[in-house]
Ligand binder design. Structure first.
Ligand code: A3P
Length: 296
């Protein structure tokens, strides 16, 4: 596969998208062997779009009957990525395929896999997809800070930016990734729900209720009056999650959980991105999204 040196390692170009050494084996297995079930829910994003938040919200929402929001809730002592596993990071052990049979009857899983590369059963089954998108400049800045925490500073900010613009980023090109799911959400609104990070921060309650309806587990008036919406939003809020012991000192592989919680702001790109770089990203975004109706 064509490859590109990237942060002390490589990204590989596979069917038009770029994946890390860590993603590749699991991604290939996922495409070959994963069988979606009608009841499955997949959380899909490009990295740094707010995956951690959406995983937490969907987990709390879907399991609210099994795990009431109290001091024993799993999200208080586990990172959302260990509760909602990313399919491409499940690698085959001892030449066996990853075991996808976990998590009972209604599986909640994550992936950064682009739409064009999903296994057929995902689109052909009743499985639901929740896709989260975010402003591209905020994704880029968040992604830069995050990859620096992976341990290598081999790639300079300018090189990293240049590669990102050329589509060479984790699961990139980011624009193609977003557009694939955006279009699918217009074609199949019962199957694919596209949420926006910015809208979720502005109107969290509205978006949470919308998500619950889409997933077929609507929040009843009684539940809402009893405080269910606020409880879930509070449990999954940035400040609450970032300050948990598990997210301050826990690890996920060679990464500290803390790396998933930076500042969670909209428009933070202004602090890191010189105006000519911001302009270049805006220009590419305008060109790529032209005519799609998508505005990020
Ligand atoms: P910033 O780097 O801009 O702060 P992902 O989960 O896809 O890796 O995305 C990480 C981004 O989501 C980071 O953005 C992170 O701070 C933000 N984030 C993490 N948890 C969040 C939460 N509970 N609410 C809002 N944003 C959150």
């Amino acid at each position: 596969l064509p490859r590109q040196r990237w942060q002390g390692s490589y990204l590989y170009k596979y069917n038009g998208f770029w994946f890390s050494t860590m993603q590749m084996p699991g991604l290939v297995e996922f495409r070959k062997h994963f069988q979606a079930r009608d009841s499955d829910v997949l959380i899909i994003t490009t990295p740094k779009s707010g995956t951690t938040w959406l995983k937490a919200l969907a987990f709390a929402l879907m399991n609210r009957n099994i795990y009431p929001i109290n001091q024993n809730h799993p999200l208080l002592n586990q990172n959302p990525h260990t509760l909602v596993l990313n399919l491409e990071y499940l690698s085959p052990h001892d030449k066996q395929h990853p075991d996808y049979s976990f998590q009972g009857s209604r599986r909640l899983l994550g992936t950064h896999c682009p739409l064009a590369l999903l296994p057929e059963s995902v689109m052909n089954s009743g499985c639901k997809i929740v896709y989260l998108c975010r402003n591209i400049k905020d994704i880029f800045v968040s992604y830069w800070h995050f990859t620096n925490k992976l341990g290598s500073t081999e790639t300079s900010f300018e090189e990293f930016f240049d590669l990102f613009c050329k589509g060479v980023s984790l699961s990139g090109p980011v624009w193609d990734h977003v557009l694939g799911y955006w279009k699918a959400s217009l074609d199949k609104p019962q199957k694919v729900l596209c949420l926006k990070y910015e809208e979720m921060t502005q109107e969290p309650a509205f978006n949470l209720k919308h998500l619950a309806e889409f997933l077929g587990c609507p929040i009843s008036q009684e539940e809402e009056t009893a405080g269910a919406v606020d409880e879930i939003l509070g449990l999954c809020s940035f400040d609450q999650m970032r300050n948990l012991e598990v997210n301050k000192s826990g690890t996920l592989g060679n990464l500290r959980n803390h790396a998933f919680f930076r500042n969670g702001k909209v428009g933070d790109w202004k602090n890191d991105l010189p105006s000519e770089m911001a302009g270049r990203l805006d220009q590419i975004t305008a060109q790529k999204f032209h005519g799609s109706g998508l505005d990020l």
